[in-house]
Design a protein around this ligand. Structure first.
Ligand code: P6P
Length: 335
């Protein structure tokens, strides 16, 4: 069995940079910074059950959700790894109401970082996999410092995106527009090593991920689609297996590797959907398209959404190309 090439994420980023002749190395360095922050967060997540870091801080985030200490820690680690590097002009984070400026004493760079520091954090106490999700945009505003407009760009403008999943191992998956690549953290040496080169999502999968507890809140077309995929049909691999962890990164990562579809539609409780465009949905949509899949609101390509608010939510249908297209025919009333 030939051994795999020993490729660290740093080496992989440098190799990818060669495809961009005009690259200055600033974007590559930004990806290193993210990998560094991921190592620090991973260490703390692994210790979560040991310290007093669990439990609520008693404070709430802009979503009105209880903020757990690990969320704050992850947010703080990412910010402190980024604020002084001169690579970013502005940041925005799911846990903070407004844009996060670069402190006056530090110079600004050409990039924007949008991130969810620890998605799925309500699962921390149950030792369920959780994740960091990030999206990188270019600065488009004229001034030296970044602005809200730099953050409110459509997903198709992203130049990088990825996630870190803190599961049975810590995995960093990213794209810079040249395919999707996964790196597993070897904690003994503190390196992310290439473990999943050029991930391609199967064109059709037999897994569906949705919170069926919301069935009564869905519209009729959504209920009909879910009933359809439960009906036996060998040609389309039905009935599918239901897999729902309730941690977006974990549900997405499994479907990316095995094929399938994840759905969080709009419903009576969340008329605009639950998941956030900038910090969760755009980065995963960029990744899934780079892996040969699709991401839609049910009516529109996710990457074409023009955001108007930092914490804008959207319905999300994401996964294998054929599964998403099939779901859209139901959600658009064509079946
Ligand atoms: P529900 C976690 O809170 C999260 O934001 C995503 O990670 C996850 O996919 C979703 O919410 C789960 O939501 O309503 O099914 O519990």
């Amino acid at each position: 069995m030939p051994t795999k090439r020993l490729v660290t994420i740093e080496r992989h980023i440098i190799e990818q940079q060669k495809s961009f002749p005009q690259a200055t190395g600033e974007f590559s360095a930004l990806l290193y910074d993210i990998a560094f922050a991921a190592k620090v967060i991973s260490r703390e997540v692994r210790r979560a059950g040991l310290g007093d870091i669990l439990g609520y801080t008693g404070s709430e985030n802009v979503q009105g959700e209880q903020v757990r200490k690990l969320d704050e820690f992850a947010d703080d680690v990412i910010y402190r790894a980024m604020d002084h590097t001169g690579r970013l002009c502005v940041l925005a984070c799911e846990e903070r109401e407004d844009i996060i400026p670069i402190p006056e004493e530090f110079k600004c760079g050409h990039y924007v970082l949008l991130y969810d520091p620890l998605d799925g954090s309500s699962n921390i106490d149950a030792n369920v996999s959780i994740g960091t999700i990030f999206s990188i945009q270019r600065k488009i505003s004229a001034g030296e410092r970044g602005t809200l407009d730099d953050c409110l760009q459509p997903g198709h403008k992203q130049i990088g995106a990825g996630y870190v999943i803190y599961g049975s191992s810590t995995l960093l998956v990213y794209t810079a527009g040249l395919g999707v690549h996964g790196f597993t953290l070897d904690p003994t040496v503190g390196e992310f090593l290439l473990s999943h080169e050029n991930i391609q999502i199967p064109k059709r999968g037999a897994i569906y991920s949705v919170n069926e507890g919301n069935t009564q809140n869905w519209d009729e077309s959504m209920r009909r689609y879910i009933e359809y995929i439960k009906m036996p049909d060998k040609a389309t691999g039905r009935p599918y297996s239901s897999r729902y962890i309730g941690s977006l990164v974990a549900d997405f990562h499994r479907n990316l590797l095995y094929g399938g579809i994840f759905l969080y539609p709009a419903d009576k409780k969340s008329p605009k959907g639950k998941l956030r465009v900038l910090y969760e949905v755009n980065p995963l949509a960029f990744l899934v398209e780079q892996a040969g899949g699709a991401a839609s609101t049910g009516h529109q390509r996710i990457l074409d959404i023009q955001p108007t608010d930092l914490h804008q939510r959207t319905p999300l249908i994401i996964g294998s190309l054929e599964n998403v297209k099939e779901a859209e025919t139901f959600l658009q009333g064509k079946r």
